[in-house]
Design a protein around this ligand. Structure first.
Ligand code: GGG
Length: 361
């Protein structure tokens, strides 16, 4: 296996600039321990600061600048005080996802020992789910428009776009993931009673896909009932697959049920590796806590572990480094320093240092 990789490092906005250095600290230590060489290309664009200087979120030649990177390690985007959120998001993160065809957004949520769970009576291990979010189409389209703006006759329209190709590939990926997991179960999150064209169609695509995976059990649930069950019976869920918007919502709710969004990682994948994949914590830029060095860096650190695993194609040094980072995170969550979202007083830096120190080959 190749064990030398070039990574574009994009901290972005707000606490992205605080958690990414801790992620790099842990990646560097993992690199030393497992013989993985990481070369970083540090990038300041894809941030609202860059937008304020240039009027764009990214330079015109952004793709050329990323031509030889193996992956992108990303912090957060958004600074609504100065740049409207839809401009910063569509000008950076969504461009990466769409133009690099990162059609899978993988978002695990797990309840760890030592993390106060907001749900009564839950213990470590009770929640272990993998949310698979469709990442390039669905409700996230720029297809629509307004008429009679600013008048009483104002009309606003926005289309959702679901393609057979796009839906089948995310469903297939979810079933493949489930096949490799102990419980081998997929839940398809839709809303086929209310959204009466596209969602029954999604359910039908899922039923057809399920026939190719007889060893995987599956069900479909309306998104509203599913959200209630996330809170009341989270142990029911194994792999959950959803459209872009539904997936975004439940991948905040899932980690919130495991104690804090600060833990949640994500991998925006182009599984065929035709383009670089992007790894980022699920949380955003959190302007309310930025500048205090109190953000939880675990979402970023875990995302770094997912990156090594993906680069190593799920085996060898990459897989071992991933597993070791997860063990180090668990050790620190159990006995080590903790940030405010976990009920402690540790800084972002202290958490990062503790996880790097706990890492063992
Ligand atoms: N690190 C993730 C991040 O910056 N998220 C900003 C955001 O609002 N994302 C919306 C989305 O993922 O669809």
């Amino acid at each position: 296996m190749d064990s030398s990789f070039k990574i574009a490092v994009i901290p972005g906005d707000g606490i992205g600039k605080e958690v990414i250095p801790e992620g790099l600290r842990v990646l560097d230590r993992a690199g030393e321990l497992f013989g993985i060489t990481l070369e970083y290309q540090h990038i300041e664009w894809a941030s609202c600061d860059y937008y304020l200087q240039t009027g764009k979120m990214m330079p015109d030649d952004w793709k050329a600048q990323l031509a030889d990177v193996d992956a992108i390690y990303f912090g957060a985007v958004g600074w609504p005080e100065t740049v409207p959120d839809h401009i910063s998001l569509w000008g950076s993160l969504l461009k990466f996802r769409r133009e690099f065809d990162q059609y899978i957004n993988l978002r695990p949520a797990r309840l760890f020992d030592g993390v106060p769970c907001p749900l009564a009576g839950r213990a470590a291990g009770d929640i272990d789910m993998l949310i698979v979010r469709e990442n390039t189409e669905g409700e996230y389209t720029a297809v629509g428009g307004t008429m009679f703006e600013g008048t009483e006759r104002e009309v606003v329209m926005q289309q959702s776009v679901f393609t057979r190709h796009g839906t089948d590939r995310v469903l297939r990926f979810a079933f493949e993931q489930a096949r490799q997991r102990a419980r081998k179960h997929v839940t398809v999150a839709t809303k086929s009673n209310g959204v009466a064209v596209s969602m029954p169609w999604w359910d039908g695509r899922a039923a057809e896909m399920a026939q190719q995976f007889p060893e995987v059990a599956w069900d479909k649930q309306h998104i509203d009932a599913l959200c209630a069950r996330f809170v009341l019976q989270p142990q029911r869920f194994d792999v959950v697959v959803a459209s872009n918007l539904f997936g975004d919502i439940i991948s905040d709710l899932g980690p919130a049920c495991t104690g804090t969004l600060g833990l949640a990682p994500s991998a925006n994948l182009n599984p065929e590796r035709r383009f670089p994949s992007l790894f980022e914590p699920v949380h955003g830029s959190a302007p309310d806590i930025y500048g205090k060095n109190i953000a939880n860096p675990i979402g970023a650190i875990w995302s770094g572990a997912l990156m090594l695993d993906f680069l190593g194609e799920g085996e060898g040094a990459g897989r071992r480094a991933h597993d070791a980072i997860l063990v180090a995170i668990q050790k620190v969550l159990k006995d080590g320093p903790r940030t405010g979202d976990l009920g402690g007083k540790a800084s972002t830096t202290e958490m990062g240092q503790a996880i790097a120190a706990a890492l063992e080959a």
